[in-house]
Design a protein around this ligand. Structure first.
Ligand code: S3P
Length: 428
């Protein structure tokens, strides 16, 4: 599907942001391993989270998807059954890496695979620690990517010094640590703190989980108890509406129900550094996660430097930050973000290709981008590379650009935000 976006003169109104993708995945996984029924509200009905549901159903977990709520009938830490076919994670890296930690602890063999993007994303980063814990996990094509073959069971605890700040790697090892049979704690230290939803949710379900600085540690054999989970709105989805409100003239947009967990809020800090007119309202707490409504008005943005420890707290927002930077005054430098090359697409190459085609002054580097703001962008044909965050970033760019912006395979937004274009059009 080719999606067409035209320039907007003004955006006004409010948008309620759908549930957080990371929290939704974890709610299904820990709900499945808990004793009793976990009720999840504001669950993200995106394709990635539905893939997680499918995988656990294949392992014998009854999951009722009533749309306004999800009921996960957990069977306890050792209640999963061997799936009778290969697990299909679709496009979801989070499903792949987190579920592998759980599968490594099972006393059955399993295999998982996903789409072309998943089959080219690096899995060596989880194969290494899981192998150290005693799991036998192999890349079936021998390229350290999915499909994966996992022979679980008989794990022992480790301390893992992760070379990457990745919540997926951290969560994978902590989940496997629940199955360590030597009685020891499993811990992970990462170079900078990545999102801590797994740690918060494991503690919420009753696991003995401690976090100190960039190290998280878990005791084995927790008895997880079913919980109520109210999923906060996804700040990664909110970012497109915040950016649109800032970039389009004469705009005032209230973005409601945004999760503002400090391990995820780097985008808000960057907006402020760029001079955004942005106010947090109605700050509150949902199931241990901070939430706020965010009011934005059109702003004259300025360039900034983004590097170091803030990167993991905004890694998924860098494509939309690049769009903002392309229209900001002065230079924006993004460094320490080489991880962008191994997301759903190579987000450095794809942002450079598409933004340059719209007339931006952008240069890709080995670990980021250098962007010199220009006065306007020109609509053109954009390749989404089937990456939901690329499609949404260029939908916003299209609202601020001259002429028509066409996005190839624009419907890939269904991965994390099925109603994205409707919600955007409602503000016009
Ligand atoms: C996620 C962690 C991040 C992020 C992804 C979701 C998670 O990936 O990019 O969209 O839910 O744990 P990495 O762990 O690879 O940085």
């Amino acid at each position: 599907m080719i999606l067409q976006i035209t320039k907007a003169n003004s955006l006004r109104g409010e948008v309620k942001i759908p549930g957080d993708k990371s929290v939704s995945h974890r709610g299904i996984m820990l709900g499945a391993l808990a004793e009793g029924t976990t009720r999840i509200t504001n669950f993200l009905q995106g394709a990635d989270c539905l893939s997680t549901i499918d995988c656990f159903r294949k392992m014998g977990i009854n999951i009722e998807n009533k749309k306004e709520e999800i009921l996960v009938h957990g069977k306890g830490l050792h209640g999963l059954q061997k799936p009778d076919s290969m697990l299909d994670v679709g496009n979801s890296g989070t499903t792949t890496r987190l579920i592998s930690g759980i599968l490594a602890g099972q006393n059955f063999t399993s295999e998982l695979t996903g789409d072309a993007s998943i089959q080219s994303r690096p899995m060596g980063r989880i194969i290494t620690p899981l192998s150290q814990m005693g799991a036998s996990i192999t890349s079936i094509n021998g390229n350290n990517c999915a499909p994966l073959h996992i022979e679980g069971g008989n794990l022992h605890s480790i301390h893992y010094d992760s070379p990457v700040a990745s919540a997926q790697v951290k969560s994978c090892v902590l989940f496997a640590g629940m199955y360590a049979s030597d009685g020891g704690r499993t811990s992970v230290t990462e170079p900078s703190l990545s999102r801590n939803h797994s740690e918060l949710m494991l503690a919420h379900f009753g696991a003995d989980l401690t976090s100190e600085g960039t190290t998280a540690s878990i005791a084995p054999e927790p008895v997880l108890e079913a919980r109520e989970i109210e999923v906060p709105g996804d700040i990664s989805s909110a970012a497109y509406f915040i950016a649109a409100g800032l970039l389009v003239p004469n705009s005032e947009v209230l973005v409601k129900n945004v999760g503002t967990n400090p391990t995820r809020d780097g985008f808000l800090r960057v907006c402020l550094a760029m001079g955004a007119d942005m106010t947090l309202l109605n700050e509150r707490n949902d199931s241990g996660e901070p939430v706020a409504d965010i009011l934005v008005r059109s702003s004259h943005l300025k360039g900034t430097v983004i590097k170091g420890d803030i990167i993991p707290t905004l890694i998924d927002e860098i494509p939309i930050i690049a769009v903002m930077a392309a229209l900001a005054e002065g230079q924006t430098i993004i460094r320490d973000a080489a991880e962008l090359k191994v997301k759903e697409s190579d987000r450095i190459a794809v942002m450079v290709e598409n933004l340059a085609a719209m007339g931006a002054d952008i240069t890709g580097t080995g670990d980021g981008m250098i962007i010199n703001g220009v006065s306007h962008l020109q609509g053109t044909r954009i390749q989404s590379h089937l990456d939901h965050r690329i499609a949404m970033s260029f939908a916003v760019a299209g609202l601020a650009a001259e002429g028509i912006t066409s996005i190839e395979n624009g419907d890939c937004v269904k991965i994390s935000y099925p109603a994205f274009y409707d919600d955007l059009n409602n503000l016009k």
